[in-house]
Design a protein around this ligand. Structure first.
Ligand SMILES: [Zn+2]
Length: 99
């Protein structure tokens, strides 16, 4: 009997869709209380997610303060900028052929 491979699912704070974890970008509030980006998905702390391939989700989450609510901590503009850059990077890598 083959066990089905379990894919961890997480919910995007923008579109509220559950997706495989690796298709999302994780933001984590560390035990020290700092809010940071977690590209590896391995940091400890309270995590929240947005789609890695859709900037609209991030903007929605920014507007609704969904990340702040999920993390129960303020999220600085710098973190949002980092997120935007991470998403841009992701989208580029996902769609472009190497030049
Ligand atoms: Zn989304």
């Amino acid at each position: 009997m083959i066990k089905p491979r379990k894919i961890p699912m997480r919910m995007c704070m923008g579109c509220r869709t559950r997706r495989p974890k690796r298709e999302l970008v994780r933001v984590v509030r560390t035990p020290e209380g700092a809010v940071v980006l977690d590209p590896t998905g391995k940091k400890s702390g309270r995590g929240t997610y947005v789609c890695a391939d859709n900037p609209a989700c991030l903007e929605k989450a920014v507007k609704s303060k969904a990340l702040e609510r999920a993390l129960e901590a303020p999220v600085s503009q710098e973190i949002y900028e980092e997120l935007r850059r991470a998403l841009e990077q992701n989208i580029k890598e996902g769609t472009d052929d190497r030049e």
